[in-house]
Design a binder for this molecule. Structure first.
Ligand SMILES: NC(=O)c1ccc[n+]([C@@H]2O[C@H](COP(=O)([O-])OP(=O)(O)OC[C@H]3O[C@@H](n4cnc5c(N)ncnc54)[C@H](O)[C@@H]3O)[C@@H](O)[C@H]2O)c1
Length: 425
């Protein structure tokens, strides 16, 4: 396929698909397709609710945003960037979105077309599940009529350094020729920073282990936190000392939420189970990290006792300075405190109150409460807005003998005076 013939359709315009579509549109004819008409209309109006791309760039892109499949039928490279969550009841992979996208693409396929998956999956999904579905629904042969590819996405919401234009892109095609075509296409987005994986399953496996590794490393530090807390030591003091060793990995304790690190290990675990291997370390990491919200809340309750305490939680999103509330573990802190009879107010400057209400049933305070003094403040997310709060602002929200519970350990070198109690994880 000559590069002048390449016509790309990106399927799913979320955190991953939309910046990719815009980056590729600088070099190729690109259509961005999403089933959500609301999302498409917002993008056409120059508004990205995920705040990945600014209005000027959106308005000037040549990418055509659409929710009409007729608009993408002329494409010859389909890139699938739809969600891959887990099923709530048993944490097994929910492949319904990639399956639906594959079924939608199948009738549009022509000889020579390439379908690339970027959604995070486990090894085998692209070829054994999606490829088969595309074959069944199109009547074309996979590997000779049309071809598959896989290219994992590594972007990190809110991270302006590691973006679609800078991150090394791993690519793999069904044949060496397809790998070369994909390498050439993706190279235009990031200055040629491409790694050709050995094959599609290798590329799928590489993505699955990257996030599982992060999860396990944080889980280890979370477990260490629980142990040293029993000895009344500060985990941060322990980490500071340990980190002076040249090869100590600098992970910190905390909540692990979001759409990737708290989800992808379950994809790797599923793959292991299908192969007859019990993924002990992977699931142990998930088990520990999933329980940390409740652990942190119980630590506060142990300090303050049960009953009608007024608590303000600062931050609700799954990480700092973004508006993404998917799989936020702050909700576990909230629910555990509520169960203990506490009055809990949650503030977040970035999360959308209507989304928080719809997904979690929690009324979010969009502004910091005025003229209310709480028994405790819980710093749950290190949004810049909170880091910039001076002592007067914090003390204004807290009773004179109130408790400051710093889940990020960010204020541990500050002196709040001897009346205010200060607690870290
Ligand atoms: N968000 C990240 O930072 C990140 C990083 C690396 C990998 N990933 C992976 O990338 C994939 C996409 O994640 P995301 O964060 O962009 O998700 P997202 O929820 O932000 O966006 C997905 C989009 O796909 C659309 N969609 C759903 N079904 C569709 C269909 N059948 N056809 C067309 N559009 C459809 C949704 O309306 C939504 O706009 C996931 O597999 C995720 O694990 C995400």
């Amino acid at each position: 396929m000559a590069s002048s013939e390449v016509s790309i359709a990106v399927i799913g315009l979320g955190y991953v698909g939309m910046p990719l579509a815009v980056a590729l549109a600088g070099h190729y004819k690109v259509s961005g397709f999403d089933v959500s008409e609301a999302r498409v209309n917002e993008l056409k109006d120059g508004f990205d609710r995920n705040r990945e791309i600014g209005e000027d760039e959106l308005r000037s892109t040549s990418c055509q945003f659409t929710s009409d499949t007729a608009d993408i039928s002329g494409a010859n490279v389909y890139i699938v960037t739809v969600p891959t969550p887990v099923n709530e009841e048993d944490n097994t992979p929910d492949l319904s979105y990639v399956n639906a996208a594959s079924k939608m693409i199948a009738p549009l396929l022509k000889k020579g077309d390439i379908v690339v998956y970027e959604s995070t999956v486990y090894p085998g999904v692209t070829e054994d599940i999606c490829g088969k579905l595309l074959e069944e629904e199109s009547g074309l042969a996979c590997g000779s009529d049309f071809y598959l590819g896989y290219s994992p996405e590594r972007i990190n919401p809110g991270d302006t350094q590691h973006t679609v234009r800078t991150i090394t892109k791993v690519v793999a095609g069904q044949t060496p020729e397809i790998t070369d075509i994909l390498a050439e296409i993706y190279a235009t987005t990031n200055g040629g920073n491409i790694f050709k994986a050995a094959n599609i399953k290798t590329a799928e496996a590489s993505k699955a282990i990257e996030n599982a590794q992060s999860d396990i490393n944080v889980a280890f530090i979370n477990e260490v936190t629980k142990i040293v807390n029993e000895m009344d030591l500060s985990v941060y003091d322990v980490l500071d000392a340990a980190a002076t060793k040249w090869n100590f990995l600098k992970f910190t304790p905390g909540l692990v939420g979001g759409h990737c690190i708290s989800v992808d290990p379950y994809y790797l675990a599923q793959c292991a189970k299908e192969l007859g291997h019990e993924p002990e370390v992977i699931l142990a990491g998930r088990h520990i990290n999933d329980a940390m919200g409740r652990y942190f809340a119980k630590r506060l309750i142990a300090k303050m006792g049960e009953g009608k305490k007024d608590v303000l939680i600062l931050g609700f999103t799954f990480k700092e300075n973004i508006n993404d509330i998917r799989n936020t573990k702050v909700v576990d802190v909230y629910n555990t405190l509520k169960d203990a009879g506490y009055n809990v107010v949650v503030h977040d400057p970035h999360a959308a109150p209507d989304e928080v209400k719809a997904h979690y049933g929690i009324e979010l305070a969009a502004d910091l409460p005025e003229a209310v003094q709480f028994d405790a403040l819980v710093l749950a997310v290190s949004h810049n807005d909170y880091l910039g709060m001076d002592d007067a602002a914090l003390k204004g929200l807290l009773k004179a003998d109130g408790l400051l519970y710093d889940l990020k350990g960010l204020w541990r070198s500050r002196d709040f005076g001897n009346k205010i109690q200060y607690l870290t994880v």
